[in-house]
Design a protein around this ligand. Structure first.
Ligand code: PLP
Length: 388
């Protein structure tokens, strides 16, 4: 009755936990959510002002599918300035959030039975979309000891003639790990001579703490050719609701194919968002982004120390993003049960590790106020004490 493709999709664990949190809240429970995947800051005023201007100017009609020329130029300049990547505007496609960019990519490159390598723990959307496109997910497990990073040797061992793509997320959701230039060079060396695409998700590039962010495609000419760079403004400009994501690739035919696909489903992204995104890319919001980054770093430092002081829990200090992937293995509890019990007993919402492909962990987001983080961790400590 329904397509097998659609039935293969599952509900995201983040949504399952937030639904339960909302239910408890509606019954009057005081719930602290440490599960958010979005910055708790306001969208910068200059972006709002551009949106208001676009409406008042009547910029409210269809545009070209890939995006208006000024926006494509702003993305081109941003990629050159921040990432040392030279793309033509014809090599860029703007979509309804990076999620949509990823959907376009996997639809365009994955054939039935193709293998896509995904380091685990992973952001939930990748394997779901790969499966939806008929591909096979090949997970490479990482752990705390390796800073949740895949080694070049692990990648080499996972490659087969059927490997179509490798997904790299740096900084990572859910672990916050950031690949160094040397680590990316080693990965590039393994891929040399193969036909493997690299899908580089760089959504959290602006949120790094004490390390330098390196774009995968900037490693070498070979990497530039095989990489599809994905980014957007949801996290870096606190614009989750505006839906602005983009991708860039040197393969113009691939852009054309994805443009065709997008033209048949969503067409251009919101015209107002397009105008408003330009100050989010051209450096005008840099001081605000830096303020957000510093505040995230302060919260990260506090939360890591506070969690490591709790018996039964351990967490590595992540170098990027706004998540902690907390190890609960000493407590020997199923991650879903841990999160449900924590929510019901203490009113704290975090996301089970299994939702990111790994048991024995939960993901805590520090994209909320310091007061809430402090209170949330105090409650987590009380919860863990009862289980020792
Ligand atoms: N990529 C990663 C790693 C993310 O964590 C997210 C959002 O949570 C996205 C992509 C999607 O972002 P967007 O809001 O642009 O669709």
């Amino acid at each position: 009755m329904y397509s097998h493709r659609i039935e293969s999709l599952s509900e995201s664990m983040t949504i399952a936990i937030s639904t339960l949190a909302r239910e408890l809240q509606s019954k009057g429970k005081d719930v602290i959510s440490l599960s958010a995947g979005e910055p708790d800051f306001e969208t910068p005023q200059v972006i709002k002002d551009e949106a208001i201007k676009a409406i008042e100017d009547g910029f409210t009609k269809y545009t070209s599918v890939a995006g208006i020329p000024e926006l494509l130029k702003a993305i081109q300049a941003k990629l050159a300035r921040d990432n040392h990547l030279e793309y033509e505007t014809k090599e860029i496609l703007v979509s309804n959030g990076a999620k949509h960019s990823l959907f376009n990519i996997f639809q365009a490159i994955v054939e039935e039975g193709d293998e896509v390598i995904i380091p685990s723990p992973y952001w939930v959307t990748y394997p779901e979309v790969v499966t939806y496109c008929g591909g096979k997910n090949i997970f490479i497990e990482t752990c705390d000891a390796s800073g949740f990073k895949m080694s070049a040797a692990q990648l080499k061992a996972a490659l087969t003639p059927k490997t179509k793509a490798l997904v790299l997320t740096t900084p990572s959701n859910p672990t916050g790990s950031v690949y160094s230039r040397q680590e990316l060079e080693a990965i590039a060396e393994v891929l040399k001579g193969t036909n493997v695409w690299v899908v580089s998700d760089e959504m959290y590039e602006k949120l790094v703490y004490g390390v330098e962010f390196t774009s995968v495609a900037s490693i070498s000419e070979d990497m530039l050719k095989r990489t599809i760079t994905v980014n957007g403004l949801s996290k870096s400009a606190a614009m989750t609701g505006w839906r602005m994501g983009y991708l860039a690739t040197k393969d113009k035919k691939l852009i054309k194919l994805m443009d065709n696909l997008q033209s048949q489903c969503t067409s251009n992204i919101c015209s107002i968002t397009q105008k408003a995104s330009i100050p989010g890319l051209d450096g005008r919001i840099d001081p605000e982004v830096e303020k957000m980054r510093q505040e995230f770093e302060r919260r990260r430092n506090f939360a890591v120390d506070a969690l490591n002081a709790i018996k039964g829990l351990s967490v590595i200090k992540p170098e990027g993003a706004f998540y902690l992937f907390v190890n609960t293995k000493a407590l020997e509890l199923d991650s879903m049960q841990f999160c449900k019990d924590l929510l019901e007993e203490e009113g704290v919402a975090v996301v089970p590790g299994i939702g990111f492909g790994m048991e024995g962990y939960f993901r805590l987001s520090f994209a909320t106020s310091m007061e809430k983080i402090e209170e949330g961790i105090k409650r987590i400590a009380r919860f863990c004490e009862k289980r020792e």
